[in-house]
Design a protein. Structure first.
Length: 327
């Protein structure tokens, strides 16, 4: 006797099996969210390595020294080696979470086939992103060390992490959606175009911010090559793009209210504005206080949150049928 898909779904536990509303299981959604937090977190810890001049604390790769995979006593790099090695160990945590994401996605896909629920292959492909991205980061990290923290290598390392944050944000969002029905845009076309432009501008802010760092005093090690650009000029260019983005976002907030956009989209835009303003404040304070490394680390954290909030806003402008909770 064939079991109706809805009846089969109702016999499953939402925590370990599948949700009857088409979303990924609760456990899977939690694993995906953990991956998002971890990908954001390692950006900050990587910044701490750079800001404490510990980028070459382990001067070789894949070993920490020529003779040892781990730090050894009386290394010339002193405490810097533990800062750098600690960040390398966090990659193991990312790998574990990435493998877990793929495992829960594959289990969910098999369960859907077995019980007659609608398949969601896009979730499985997206769930592979953390693993593929983390694996790609490993040789890129090696290139960064072996080139003595060349700014382009360091920047590529950062940009890949930011790309992973964006894609895992998509994964978290898709997992919370009620199936893979056709996309429905929930805002006016002009407003969505403005949000897309804002997302692109936010990406430009991150790239210019990376250039500012590569031109300034916190490039990762006293021996590290700088880009040779004027840090002050690059800082002001960075600030100009931020002001432009905040202006565009303010206009979008007015447009969202005037056109009756969903509350979830307005809330996402408001959150992005708050994070932008907070980030701008931290940026100006760090600039006028000679760039203390702890405050710069806070600024990196803020930049990561701004990027997540910008991607979240873009995703909130469309849905797939029933409106899910935002990632």
């Amino acid at each position: 006797m064939t079991t109706h898909p809805r009846e089969a779904a109702e016999t499953l536990s939402p925590r370990t099996s599948g949700d009857v509303d088409g979303r990924a299981p609760l456990l899977a959604r939690r694993v995906y969210t953990a991956n998002l937090v971890a990908q954001m977190g390692i950006i900050v810890t990587g910044a701490v390595v750079r800001l404490t001049s510990s980028g070459l604390g382990c001067p070789t790769w894949p070993r920490c020294t020529d003779e040892s995979l781990t730090p050894v006593a009386n290394q010339p790099e002193t405490w810097h080696t533990y800062v750098e090695f600690g960040n390398r160990l966090l990659t193991v945590v990312l790998m574990v979470l990435a493998v877990a994401a793929l495992v829960v996605a594959v289990r969910d896909a098999r369960r859907r086939r077995r019980t007659g629920l609608v398949a969601r292959p896009a979730l499985t492909w997206l769930a592979a992103v953390p693993l593929l991205g983390t694996v790609a980061q490993i040789p890129l990290g090696g290139i960064t060390v072996l080139t003595n923290l060349h700014p382009l290598a360091v920047g590529s390392h950062l940009l890949l992490s930011l790309g992973l944050v964006a894609l895992v944000t998509v994964l978290v969002r898709r997992a919370a959606e009620h199936g893979d029905r056709p996309v429905v845009v929930v805002v006016r076309r002009e407003v969505r175009a403005g949000v897309m432009a804002l997302t692109a501008l936010t990406g430009v802010i991150l790239v210019v911010g990376m250039v500012v760092t590569a031109s300034g005093p916190h490039a990762g090690d006293e021996r590290t090559h700088r880009l040779g650009l004027d840090p002050q000029s690059m800082s002001w260019l960075h600030a100009d793009v931020v002001v432009l983005s905040i202006g565009l976002l303010a206009g979008l907030l007015v447009a969202l209210r005037a056109t009756g956009a969903p509350a979830s989209t307005r809330d996402a835009a408001s959150l992005l504005l708050v994070t932008f303003l907070g980030q701008g404040l931290v940026g100006y304070v760090q600039y006028f206080t000679a760039l203390p490394w702890a405050l710069v680390a806070v600024h990196v954290l803020g930049a990561t949150i701004v990027w997540w909030a910008a991607v979240r806003l873009l995703l909130s402008t469309r849905t797939r049928g029933a409106t899910p909770h935002l990632a």
